[in-house]
Ligand binder design. Structure first.
Ligand code: IDC
Length: 471
């Protein structure tokens, strides 16, 4: 019997895909179904989910192709895959954590795009070059081996630490997601400047953070100026790596913060950032607990300049650690522009051209109230946010502890599943510090006797049980 032309073409494409994609199994997909679901539309843009089901033999690497049906449609940011666009053709290639697709297994990916209004459903979906018609190719024999026995995990993995449960994180839509592709919120603390408070970060204090505070996250704040990185690049790189290891050994995530502050233009430190992130991403690429924050608080500089910086630093990290989450500072001391008279639309309308990216928001509860909370509410519906630093006091890091505003803020972040790190887990003589002066010279970091008012409040908020979905 004559084979239909479509099947012949599909077979040829599959054979080509084998050559082009060495990760793909010899038994490339021979059938697939794509469910394309528009999930949002706004003036100038739209969002869609794409569910891919492999109807053929198991594959260990995939590439989805499709064509935008309207010339005005352009890809902005995608998640759960590496996305690119050439002309009207869009390609989404599997991430390392979702590359395996057994027979009848599905994976959901998604993206946001810009458009001139019309958003027709794209056409010509292919998986590893094979047209996704919703049926298997009848000319290909069914797999002779049974499908792999990897049902979706429903029981928590061995170990109960945040990293053991959640594994490597990635960005999905506006959230941070775990290995089950479910949104998670990390709650934790930030170090103070390592050049001043290095003795606060050692086995005893990280034991307390992990076991007593039940923190999910430690932000490692490496100042660049003020006696920081620029004075001893190798020494500070080692110090950061050592703290990353202490966190990893306790199942905590570590957010590596390139703590630029003055001068406010991150491009002033561009070459230092490239050198530093090349080193830490190469050193920590194999770990599943590391996230990168590339510029603490840009100020007095346009969003376009910050974005330009990000688009030069992110490729340096991705060259070593392709699946990592990168958090990008925003204008006006990471206020999404609000503290310099702007707002979140400058980021929403001009996002960083990279995948797996989140945007920084910082607040100090006694200084930043409803106008800032409104900006976070609006932005959180459109872009992934990460509160990598906040204080319970005023923006100087001092002044009275504002419990009412701090509570309103943390309730908001909890409801939106926005991750946060409190400034600071240190014994600095200022009200933002969690530990009483002199604590770090000793070895007791547990309980409340060594805590300030802010420290007691933050510990009580962080130690409540996490809600990490595992199925
Ligand atoms: C503050 C520290 C303070 C230090 C000062 C200058 O709390 O001890 O003297 O930096 O380096 C930020 C910055 C953060 C500030 C903090 C409080 O990211 O570095 O720390 N803050 O002023 N943004 C808003 C507030």
């Amino acid at each position: 019997m004559k084979r239909p032309l479509a099947a012949l073409l599909a077979g040829a494409a599959a054979a080509f895909a084998l050559v082009a994609l060495p990760l793909t199994d010899a038994s490339a997909a021979t059938g697939c179904r794509v469910d394309y679901t528009p999930t949002g539309q706004w003036s100038g843009g739209f969002q869609s989910d794409v569910r891919i089901t492999n109807l053929g033999s198991p594959i260990t690497g995939w590439s989805l192709g499709f064509d935008f049906a309207d010339a005005g449609q352009h890809l902005s940011q995608g998640w759960n895959a590496t996305w690119s666009q050439a002309g009207s053709k869009v390609t989404a290639t599997s991430a390392d954590w979702n590359a395996s697709l057994g027979t009848n297994a599905s994976v959901s990916i998604g993206f946001t795009g810009t458009s001139t209004g019309a958003n027709p459903v794209p056409a010509g979906f292919t998986l590893n070059g094979v047209a996704c018609t919703g049926t298997t190719d009848p000319t290909t024999p069914p797999p002779t081996t049974p499908p792999p026995t990897t049902p979706p995990p429903t029981t928590p993995p061995a170990g109960t630490t945040p990293v053991a449960i959640n594994g490597r994180l990635h960005v999905c839509g506006v959230n941070l997601c775990n290995q089950y592709d479910k949104p998670v919120q990390l709650r934790g603390v930030s170090t103070h400047g390592l050049q001043w408070f290095g003795d606060c970060y050692k086995a005893a204090s990280l034991d307390a953070l992990a076991n007593d505070w039940k923190a999910d996250l430690l932000r490692v704040s490496m100042y660049v100026q003020e006696g920081g990185y620029e004075t001893d690049p190798a020494g500070f790189t080692n110090q950061v790596n050592n703290i990353v290891d202490l966190a990893a050994a306790r199942g905590m995530y570590a957010l590596i913060d390139f703590h630029t502050l003055t001068p406010g233009d991150p491009n002033y430190n561009l070459e230092r950032a490239k050198t530093f992130f090349a080193a830490v991403s190469a050193r920590n690429a194999g770990k599943n607990n590391v996230l990168y924050e590339i510029a603490n608080e840009p100020n007095g500089v346009s969003w376009a300049s910050i974005k330009g910086y990000a688009e030069q630093v992110i490729p340096v990290i991705r060259a070593n650690d392709p699946g990592s989450v990168v958090v990008v500072g925003t204008r006006g001391w990471s206020s999404l522009g609000v503290s310099e008279g702007g707002n979140e639309t400058e980021v929403i309308n001009n996002p960083v051209n990279a995948q797996n990216v989140m945007y920084t928001f910082h607040f100090y509860a006694a200084s930043h109230g409803d106008a800032y909370r409104d900006a976070v509410r609006r932005a959180a519906a459109r872009i992934p946010l990460f509160v990598t630093e906040f204080g319970t006091v005023d923006y100087t890091g001092s002044g009275p502890f504002d419990q009412a505003s701090s509570t309103t803020w943390l309730d908001l972040l909890d409801s939106l599943k926005i991750s946060y790190a409190n400034w600071t887990f240190s014994d600095a003589g200022e009200s933002s510090a969690a530990l009483l002066p002199g604590t770090c010279a000793g070895s007791n970091f547990s309980g409340t006797d060594i805590l300030t008012a802010s420290g007691k409040f933050i510990r009580s908020r962080i130690m409540t049980p996490d809600n990490f979905p595992t199925s």
